[in-house]
Design a protein around this ligand. Structure first.
Ligand SMILES: Nc1ncnc2c1ncn2[C@@H]1O[C@H](COP(=O)(O)OP(=O)(O)OP(=O)(O)O)[C@@H](O)[C@H]1O
Length: 295
């Protein structure tokens, strides 16, 4: 059992293999430089010379089609995957070699459950509590009761949605400064999702948390994401405040106005983005239109 737990802790980055290296700006939650990731035996890079950063205190929605590389990107930037070339920095430290201080500032809800199935939620949370100097017991107890998690039943016996809720509680419990969410609500019912989003907004407002939120549920992103980042062909093609994008983009049939750029052509219609300050005619676009055009 201990062996298995140690392996998972290593995977989560909770056990340090090498000393930390401070390479960059300690105030920047995430920075990637020339990050390229290629899986063994594959010709194509999943991430291709990706230069990207997450500004502190923002909720950034990460969008991309199935297989675009969102999970790969998240795992690489958390130091859970070795890049082919380039690097990922967390608060200025090499992602694979962060120290305990930086580690305690990060919360992560993975796409695949990484909870120990033989433990009860109570045992799991007690175990994780020992790794973090900051642990909000009142929040944990409040969420456990509000989300009706059976504390003394083994995790293997919980439903998929209950396991996902527990994973979210674990990630929020130590009030992280950076919260990385990889499809965190795919198993939650609509009320569970609403409750989770409320909790997320509270966390951001109370603590100024930086959030990277990967999801295919665009309506959830519309409710919480300040910025959206579109991942395509191994790179972030566009990252911008969602409000500004919805304001600046239109469907049009006319020739491209000077200064505007065409994001996609659909039959006779084109999705265009105005230059800053440029007024635009045409039909308003939705986040779904942007997803289709930019991913
Ligand atoms: N362990 C692996 N070995 C080889 N190829 C992999 C591995 N994990 C992912 N891939 C490939 O990398 C690409 C990106 O996968 P990834 O899971 O990062 O995409 P995603 O954007 O998160 O997809 P989804 O929206 O479906 O969750 C896919 O082509 C996938 O087949």
């Amino acid at each position: 059992m201990k062996k298995m737990m140690d392996a998972v802790m290593q995977g989560l980055g909770l056990v340090r293999a090498k000393p930390p290296v401070q390479l960059g700006d300690a105030s920047l939650p995430v920075l990637t430089q020339g990050l390229t990731l290629r899986y063994p035996g594959r010709q194509q890079s999943v991430l291709d010379d990706l230069n990207w950063q997450l500004p502190a205190g923002q909720v950034v929605g990460l969008l991309g089609r199935n297989g675009a590389g969102k999970t790969s990107l998240i795992e690489a930037l958390l130091g859970l995957r070795d890049p082919w070339t380039g690097r990922a920095l967390l608060y200025g430290q090499e992602a694979r070699q962060i120290d305990d201080v930086v580690r305690a500032r990060i919360g992560y809800v993975p796409q695949q459950s990484d909870l120990f199935p033989q433990l009860t939620p109570r045992q799991l949370l007690n175990y994780f509590r020992s790794f973090y100097p900051r642990w909000n017991t009142a929040k944990v107890e409040g969420l456990m009761s509000r989300w009706a998690i059976p504390a003394e039943q083994t995790i293997a016996e919980l439903s998929g949605g209950q396991q996902q809720r527990l994973s979210i509680i674990r990630a929020l419990a130590h009030e992280p400064d950076l919260l990385v969410l990889d499809e965190p609500v795919s198993s939650l019912d609509p009320l569970g999702r609403r409750d989770f989003l409320r909790e997320l907004v509270e966390q951001v407002l109370d603590c100024g948390t930086t959030v990277l939120f990967s999801t295919h549920i665009l309506s959830d992103l519309e409710r919480v994401a300040f910025q959206v980042a579109f991942l395509k062909e191994g790179r972030i093609g566009l990252q911008a405040p969602l409000d500004e994008l919805l304001e600046a983009c239109r469907w049009q049939r006319e020739p491209l106005p000077p200064g505007a750029r065409c994001l996609a052509q659909h039959g006779e219609r084109q999705l265009i983005q105005a230059a800053p300050g440029q007024g635009l005619e045409g039909e308003a676009v939705t986040l779904e239109d942007l997803f289709e055009a930019l991913t």
